[in-house]
Unconditional design. Structure first.
Length: 169
């Protein structure tokens, strides 16, 4: 791990030097990504399977983790790690609940009200890194606030792994 000190004012060039970003521009991939999205909209799982084969060489792929695999993974989790994750979940839940927007009704004139009402999104799609780096914190920091906001459908996705493992031994 490296530490970057930004206590003093820095220029954009200094930030870009210290925190380099990918060299791929959005414009260079926009057409290919749009094509993939269109194919998935049209062909659904068939398109996803074609792309899993093309990008990740996955011949047999399931897009849902079976319940028994989830149970096995939970059982195999080291107790200290499980406790740390559960503590993190509790803390993020506490902050999310405390910062959840509240509905407001303001009477701006006698009998005339302006209401601000917060409604959860119908669904959210969340990404959890899982290639070279696996971050359970990404799941916690995204899923828990969505749960607190009462989003009815939460989908979490992670990069496919040819060997079925998220953590390489």
């Amino acid at each position: 791990m490296r530490k970057v000190d930004f206590v003093t004012a820095v220029t954009s060039d200094e930030v870009n030097t210290q925190l380099p970003r990918a060299l791929v521009s959005i414009d260079s991939v926009k057409e290919a990504v749009s094509k993939i999205i269109s194919e998935v909209r049209t062909d659904s799982l068939a398109a996803l399977k074609r792309h899993a084969l093309a990008f990740d060489d996955l011949k047999e792929v399931s897009f849902r983790v079976p319940a028994e695999k989830l149970a096995e993974s939970l059982e195999a989790l080291q107790p200290e790690l499980r406790e740390a994750i559960e503590t993190s979940i509790a803390r993020v839940r506490k902050v999310s609940e405390a910062t959840l927007p509240k509905n407001v009704s303001v009477e701006v004139t006698p009998g005339g009200f302006v209401d601000q009402i917060y409604v959860p999104m119908d669904s959210v799609g969340l990404y959890a890194p899982g290639g070279k780096a696996v971050y359970p914190s990404s799941v916690v920091m995204n899923v828990v606030p969505a749960q607190v906001a009462k989003v009815p459908r939460i989908a979490v996705t992670s990069p496919a792994q040819a060997d079925g493992l998220l953590i390489k031994q």
